[in-house]
Design a protein around this ligand. Structure first.
Ligand code: TRH
Length: 384
C-alpha cells in the first residue's frame, strides 16, 4: 500500500486543499507513502504554498507529486493507478480513472474522505461500503470525527510537542515576525478569520467599549474586508486602526505553520470552516467557530452537535454556547462576548483537557493508513 492518489476538487476557499495537502504530507512523512495529489485549482493551493507553480501540469513539492487535475484527464494505464485512491469530500473521480481502477490487476482501496461533523450519525456511517455498480470495486466512507468510532482529526505526530515548547520567547519571536511587540499584561490578542458575519459590528463595538485593550489580528478575506467597512476606510495587510479599546492590525496570509503559531500566540482565536477549526482545537486556546454556512440553516444543527460534544461536563458551557451561537447569527453578540471573556481562564483549561481527550483517538492520517492496510490484507487473503 505504498502508492496513494489523492483527488481534491476546490469547491471554494482554502479548506479543501488545506485539508488534502495536510493529509498528503502526513501520509508521506509518517507512513512512508508515495503520494500524488491531484488538485483542480492551483491558485488556492498557491496561497498556502507559495513555491507552487500554477502553470505546471506536474511538479514536486517536497516529497509529494502534485498534478494539476484538468477536465481533459489523461488516459490512464491500469498499472499507473495507485494502491490507494482517495476521493476527497465526494469529488467525483474522472471516469477514465475509475475504468482503469476496475481493470487493475488488484483493485485499489478506494476511500471517500468525508467532511468533518460531530453529528452522532457519523459513527454509524464511518467505514460503510458502497459497491460500484457494474464494476468490481468497493468504495469505503471514511469520516473524520471526535470519537474513537470515527477516523479522528488530522494531527501531525510532533504537533502537540511543538505546541508545548512554544513558550513566551517563541511567542515574542512570532510577534516580531509580523512587526508587532509582545503583548502586555491586561491586553487581549485575538486572531480573526471568518466569513462575512452580521455579528461582527456588535463584536467590534463591544471590544471598542470594553475596559481592556483588545488587539485584533485580521486574516485576509472577509475579516479584513469587513473591518475596512466598519472603520469606513480601505484596510489592507500592514494597516492598523484604532477605536476606543480596540486596535486592529491586518495580517497577510500566513503559511500553515505560521498560522498555527498565530493561534498559539493569541489569547483567543476566531476561526471558520474545517481546518482552521481543527487547528484551533490543537492550539488549546479559547476559540470561537464560525461554521461554513449552508442552505436552510443546516449548519446550525452541526454547530449544536459539536457544542454538545465539546461542552459535555464543562463548567463554562453556557458562556461558550451563547457566544458561539451569537457569532453564528443567533443571539446578542455584545453580551455573549462579555460573558465569554469573563470565563476565559476556565475556557482555556477546558480547551487543554479537550485536546488531551481528542489526542486519545489517534490521528486521521495514521488511522486511515492502518485501516487501508487492514483492508488490503483481507483482500489479498494474507490474514495471519
Ligand atoms: O477556507 P475555509 O473557509 O474552507 C472551507 C471549509 O473547509 C468548509 O468546510 C468547506 O466546505 C469549504 O471550505 C469549501 O476554512 P478552513 O477550513 O479553515 O481552511 C482554511 C485553511 O487555510 C486552513 O488550512 C488554514 C489555512 N490558513 C493558512 O494557512 N494561513 C492563513 O493565514 C489562514 C487565514 C488560513
Amino acid at each position: 500500500m505504498r502508492r496513494w492518489d489523492i483527488f481534491c476538487r476546490v469547491v471554494d476557499n482554502f479548506g479543501d486543499i488545506g485539508t488534502c495537502w495536510r493529509l498528503a504530507r502526513q501520509l508521506a512523512d509518517e507512513c512512508g507513502a508515495d503520494v500524488r495529489l491531484w488538485v483542480d485549482n492551483l491558485d488556492y493551493f498557491k496561497c498556502l504554498c507559495p513555491s507552487l507553480s500554477t502553470n505546471a501540469a506536474q511538479q514536486r513539492i517536497d516529497q509529494l507529486e502534485v498534478r494539476h487535475w484538468t477536465s481533459d484527464f489523461p488516459e490512464v494505464d491500469p498499472a499507473d493507478v495507485a494502491d490507494v485512491v482517495i476521493e476527497a469530500f465526494a469529488c467525483e473521480l474522472p471516469a477514465g480513472y475509475i475504468a482503469a481502477m476496475a481493470r487493475r490487476a488488484a483493485a485499489p482501496v478506494w476511500i471517500n474522505l468525508e467532511y468533518l461533523s460531530a453529528e452522532s450519525w457519523v459513527e454509524s456511517c464511518h467505514l460503510l461500503t458502497s459497491p460500484r455498480a457494474g464494476l468490481d470495486l468497493t468504495k469505503y466512507f471514511f469520516f473524520p470525527g471526535f470519537t474513537e468510532k470515527t477516523g479522528g482529526l488530522l494531527r501531525e505526530r510532533d504537533l502537540l510537542a511543538t505546541r508545548g515548547r512554544f513558550d513566551a520567547a517563541a511567542s515574542t519571536d512570532f510577534w516580531r515576525s509580523v512587526n508587532l511587540a509582545a503583548g502586555s499584561d491586561g491586553e487581549l490578542r485575538i486572531s480573526l478569520f471568518c466569513y462575512d458575519n452580521a455579528a461582527l459590528p456588535a463584536l467590534f463595538e463591544a471590544w471598542a467599549a470594553g475596559p481592556a485593550v483588545v488587539r485584533v489580528l485580521t486574516l485576509p478575506g472577509a475579516a479584513t474586508e469587513q473591518t475596512g467597512s466598519w472603520f469606513g476606510r480601505a484596510f489592507a495587510p500592514g494597516t492598523t486602526w484604532r477605536k476606543g479599546s480596540l486596535i486592529v492590525h491586518a495580517l497577510p496570509f500566513l503559511s500553515p505553520p505560521r498560522y498555527d503559531r498565530l493561534l498559539w500566540a493569541c489569547d483567543v482565536n476566531i476561526v471558520r470552516g474545517e481546518d482552521s477549526f481543527v487547528r484551533a482545537q490543537w492550539a488549546q486556546r479559547p476559540f470561537v467557530w464560525q461554521i461554513y454556512p449552508q442552505a436552510e440553516n443546516a449548519h446550525l444543527v452541526k454547530l449544536d452537535a459539536f457544542l454538545n460534544r465539546y461542552l459535555e461536563g464543562a463548567r463554562t458551557a453556557d458562556a461558550v454556547r451563547r457566544c458561539w451561537r451569537a457569532w453564528n447569527g443567533c443571539g446578542d453578540m455584545g453580551a455573549a462576548w462579555r460573558e465569554f471573556a469573563a470565563n476565559r481562564q476556565l475556557i482555556q483549561q477546558h480547551g487543554t483537557d479537550w485536546a488531551f481527550r481528542l489526542d486519545q483517538t489517534g490521528d486521521l492520517a495514521n488511522n486511515l493508513h492502518r485501516f487501508v492496510n487492514g483492508v488490503s490484507t483481507v483482500n489479498t487473503g494474507n490474514v495471519s
